[in-house]
Design a binder for this molecule. Structure first.
Ligand code: GLA
Length: 725
C-alpha cells in the first residue's frame, strides 16, 4: 500500500498479487495507521456475482481485459493481431527510488512511484510512473516497450491511464471554443458511458477543453469536491470521463493515428503525462497546477516585464520609423519589453507568403532589424520577435528549394489553412535548418523573447515520402527544437501562441513561459477567457493586453479603465497603436502600468480566487490573494443590467481573523454618484495613503459588500491590505 499525501490531498494506491496498482482513494487527506491501511485494502475483496468475472476486478490505473475488465483497456497494442490483451505482472515497485519489499506499507509526503511490469508471453514491458507533486498535483505516465524477438512490430493503438474518481462526482465542466472565442464553458451531468473531448488538430486546439472538471453536484469556485484533469500534450489527444458499473474515471492520452507508433524490439513509446488535481472548489484544484508550474517556469524567476506587442498597432505594415516611434512612446509609458510581430521577414506583406524565409525583408527593413533592436534596447526595453517556425508558405524560397519538407499524407498537399503548410521537423535536415535560423536570430539581434506562433491544424499530415502519419513525430520534434534552443539560450523566454489560445497545455508549458490567451482583447470576453484558461495557467503566464477602444474582433467599444482593469490580473501588456493616444489616455495608461509594476509580485505568486462563475446576473469576480493572506487584489466586472439593482460581492480567500483596509481603482465611468455605494466612496485610491475604513476579513469573506448595479460592462479593482499586523 502506498499512501501519498500533501496539502489536504491523499492518494492511496493498493497493489496486490502482482497486478498493477489501483487508486483506492484520491481526494481529501486521510489519516490512518499502517495497520488501518492493510485492513482497509481487504475491504473491497468480494466474490463474483452473475454478470461479473468470478474474481471481481478493481480497475487499476491501466485496466486490463486479462483480469476481466470489460471497458477500454489502459494499453491497446498488438503485434500483427497478436499480443493484444497483455496481462502485466509487476516486477518491482519503488517510491522515491527506494524499492519496496512485498507487503510493504509506505506513507509519504508527496512522492514519486515507479513500477516495472511485464508480460513475458506477450513480449511487452512497461514502466508506470505516478507522482504526487509538492503542490498536490497527481500525474501519471506510461512507457511501453516491445520486448519480443518476433520480427513483427508492436503497434501501439493507444495508452490511456485511468485516474479513478469517486462516483459521487456527478457533474462535468468542460470547455469548447473557436478562434477569438476560446473557453466557452459547458456544464452537464456525468452519465453512464464516456464523454470524450478529442483533438485531431495536431495542436491543442482553439476548441480544446484544456481541462475537464468532474465534481460533486453544484461545485463552484470554492465549494464541492472537484477533480480537475488534463492531458499534457499539444499533439492529437483525448480527455475522457468514463462511467460504468461502480466506476468513474478520467481517461487521458495521446490519440494515435493508424500505424503511427510501431515499435521494433527494444523500442519504447512514452505516453504524455496525465494530470489530476483534487480540491474543494475549482480554485483549490487549480492552485495545484499553478504551484506545479510556478516551481518550474522561468516566469517565476523575475518580475514579468510590461510588454508592447505591435500586431494590432501596425499589422503587416512595418518600417523603421513607425516601429521606432511606437517603441519611444512605449518606453515613455513604462513599457519594458517590445515585441515585433509578424511581417518582418522576406516577402511577408500579408499572410499569403514568406513563412520559412526568416531573414528581414529588405523592402521594409533595408538595414535589417539591428537598428530597431538597438533603438529598443537604448530605451531600456527588451527586444522580442514573432516567429512561426513549424510553418511554411508554398510561396516562399524555402518551399521552392525544399518542396519535400512539407507534410502531406498523399499525392496532394493538405488543404491550406491561412495559406500555410507544415514544415516536416522530423526531417533532420529541416530540423537543423530551422534550429540554426532561430539560434542565429536570437544571437544576432539580442532577442530575449520569442512569440512562437502556430496558425494551422496538422490535418492530413503525413511524412512527405511515405505518407505515414506524422503528428506524433512532429510534436516530439517541436519539443526537441524548443528544448535545444532553450539550452543554447537559458534566459530566452518563449510565448506559446496558436492563433490565440490554440496551444495551451502542460506539454508546451513545460518549455514556454506564457501563453497568448486569445486574439480577442475585448475585455468582457477576456474576463471569461482569463478565468477559464486560468484553471490551468497561473495569472503571470496569461498574456493579457490592453487593445484599442473598439475591439478588432467584437466591434464593441469599452473604456480604457475597463480594458486595463481586466488585463491587470495577468501578464500585463499593450497591443494598440499608442501613437494615437490622447494625453489624458497616456496618463491613465501609464498609471496602470506603474500599478501593475507595483503589484506584479502579488499577481505572480498569489492564490487565484473567483466568484459568480455560473450566475449570469452576478458580478464576475477574479482575485489574487497573497499566500499569507496579507494582501489581495480583485477585479469585479458587472454584467449586463438585470432585475437586481444591487448584489452582494463576497471577497474570497481573505483570512477570517484579519482586518483589511479597502482601496480601489474607481473610474468615473462607474456611473453617476448615486450609483456608488457608501463603502466604495469611503475607500482610498489604489496606492494612496489616505485613511480608509477597514473591515474584518470574516465579514468581507462571508457576508460581503453591497455593490449597486453600476453601468454594465464596467470593472472595478479592489485592493485589500491587512492592517492588524
Ligand atoms: C496569429 C496570432 C496573432 C498575430 C498573428 C500574426 O493570428 O494569434 O497574435 O501574431 O498571428 O500573423
Amino acid at each position: 500500500m502506498i499512501h501519498l499525501t500533501t496539502d489536504n490531498v491523499s492518494v492511496l494506491l493498493t497493489q496486490t498479487a502482482g497486478a498493477l496498482p489501483v487508486i483506492a482513494h484520491w481526494g481529501p487527506r486521510i489519516n490512518a495507521s499502517d495497520r488501518d491501511l492493510i485492513e482497509y485494502a481487504g475491504t473491497s475483496v468480494r466474490t463474483g456475482m452473475d454478470g461479473l468475472s468470478d474474481v471481481p476486478y478493481e480497475p487499476g490505473i491501466l485496466p486490463e481485459h486479462s483480469h476481466g475488465w470489460g471497458g477500454l483497456p489502459g494499453i491497446r497494442a498488438h503485434r500483427a493481431g497478436a499480443a493484444w490483451s497483455p496481462r502485466l505482472d509487476v516486477v518491482s515497485v519503488a517510491v522515491d527510488g527506494e524499492t519496496l519489499a512485498e507487503g510493504a506499507v509506505v506513507q509519504r509526503e508527496s512522492g514519486f512511484v515507479s513500477i516495472h511490469a511485464n508480460d513475458e508471453w506477450a513480449g511487452i514491458g512497461i514502466d508506470l510512473e505516478i507522482d504526487l507533486s509538492s503542490s498536490g498535483l497527481l500525474r501519471t505516465r506510461v512507457s511501453v516497450r516491445n520486448d519480443s524477438d518476433a520480427h513483427e512490430h508492436l503497434e501501439i493503438v493507444g495508452v490511456n491511464p485511468a485516474l479513478r474518481v469517486p462516483t459521487d462526482a456527478r457533474e462535468i465542466l468542460d470547455f469548447s471554443g473557436r478562434w477569438a472565442t476560446e473557453k466557452i464553458p459547458q456544464r452537464h451531468p456525468v452519465v453512464f458511458g464516456t464523454h470524450t473531448r478529442e483533438s485531431r488538430r495536431g495542436r491543442t486546439g482553439l476548441d480544446a477543453t484544456t481541462v475537464v472538471a468532474i465534481g460533486t453536484p453544484g461545485f463552484d469556485a470554492s465549494a464541492g469536491c472537484v477533480w480537475l484533469c488534463h492531458v499534457g500534450i499539444g499533439g492529437n489527444h483525448e480527455h475522457a470521463v468514463e462511467r460504468s458499473d461502480g466506476h468513474l474515471a478520467f481517461r487521458g492520452g495521446e490519440l494515435l493515428l493508424p500505424g503511427e507508433v510501431r515499435l521494433a524490439r527494444g523500442e519504447r513509446y512514452a505516453s504524455p503525462w496525465v494530470y489530476g488535481s483534487f480540491g474543494v472548489g475549482l480554485d483549490a484544484a487549480a492552485a495545484r497546477y499553478h504551484g506545479f508550474l510556478r516551481e518550474r517556469s522561468r516566469s517565476s524567476r523575475r518580475p514579468r516585464p510590461v510588454t508592447l506587442n505591435v500586431w494590432e498597432a501596425v499589422y503587416f505594415d512595418q518600417d523603421f520609423d513607425t516601429l521606432a516611434e511606437l517603441a519611444t512612446r512605449a518606453a515613455s509609458l513604462g513599457v519594458e519589453r517590445f515585441v515585433l510581430d509578424d511581417g518582418w521577414f522576406l516577402g511577408r506583406r500579408d499572410d499569403t507568403a514568406g513563412l520559412g524565409d526568416w531573414i528581414p525583408d529588405p523592402a521594409s527593413w533595408p538595414d535589417g532589424l539591428a537598428p530597431l533592436a538597438e533603438h529598443v534596447r537604448g530605451l531600456g526595453m527588451e527586444f522580442g520577435l514573432w516567429v512561426e517556425p513549424e510553418m511554411i508558405n508554398e510561396d516562399s524560397d524555402l518551399a521552392r528549394a525544399h518542396p519535400d519538407w512539407i507534410l502531406k499524407a498523399g499525392a496532394e498537399l493538405p488543404p491550406r489553412f491561412r495559406y500555410q503548410q507544415v514544415l516536416d521537423l522530423s526531417n533532420p535536415d529541416a530540423f537543423k535548418h530551422i534550429l540554426g535560423v532561430l539560434d542565429g536570430l536570437v544571437t544576432d539581434h539580442g532577442v530575449t523573447y520569442l512569440k512562437w506562433d502556430h496558425n494551422r491544424d496538422l490535418i492530413d499530415a503525413g511524412h512527405p515520402v511515405t505518407g505515414a502519419p506524422a503528428v506524433h513525430d512532429q510534436t516530439l520534434a517541436v519539443y526537441e527544437l524548443i528544448d535545444e534552443l532553450r539550452q543554447r539560450h537559458p534566459e530566452l523566454e518563449i510565448e506559446s501562441c496558436a492563433s490565440g489560445g490554440g496551444r495551451v497545455d502542460l506539454g508546451i508549458l513545460e518549455r514556454t513561459d506564457r501563453v497568448h490567451t486569445s486574439d480577442n482583447h475585448d475585455p468582457l470576453d477576456r474576463s471569461r477567457m482569463l478565468r477559464w484558461t486560468g484553471l490551468l495557467v497561473p495569472p503571470e503566464m496569461l498574456g493579457s493586453h490592453v487593445a484599442s477602444a473598439v475591439s478588432s474582433v467584437t466591434g464593441r467599444t469599452s473604456d480604457l479603465h475597463t480594458r486595463c482593469a481586466i488585463a491587470f490580473l495577468g501578464h500585463f501588456g499593450i497591443e494598440w497603436d499608442i501613437r494615437e493616444l490622447e494625453d489624458a489616455e497616456a496618463v491613465i495608461l501609464s498609471r496602470w502600468i506603474s500599478a501593475y509594476q507595483e503589484h506584479r509580485e502579488l499577481i505572480s505568486t498569489g492564490r487565484v480566487v473567483a466568484d459568480g462563475d455560473f450566475d449570469p446576473d452576478a458580478p464576475a469576480l477574479r482575485g489574487v490573494v497573497a499566500a499569507d493572506g496579507s494582501e489581495a487584489i480583485y477585479t469585479i466586472v458587472t454584467p449586463a443590467l438585470s432585475a437586481d439593482s444591487r448584489r452582494r460581492v463576497r471577497l474570497p480567500g481573505l483570512l477570517a481573523e484579519a482586518r483589511y483596509r479597502v482601496e480601489s481603482a474607481r473610474p468615473d465611468s462607474l456611473g453617476p454618484w448615486w450609483l456608488s455605494p457608501y463603502w466604495l466612496d469611503q475607500t482610498a485610491g489604489l496606492d494612496s495613503d489616505a485613511e480608509a475604513p477597514s473591515y474584518s476579513g470574516s465579514l468581507l469573506r462571508e457576508a460581503g459588500l453591497d455593490l449597486l448595479t453600476f453601468q454594465p460592462d464596467r470593472a472595478l479593482v479592489l485592493r485589500l491590505v491587512r492592517v492588524d499586523g
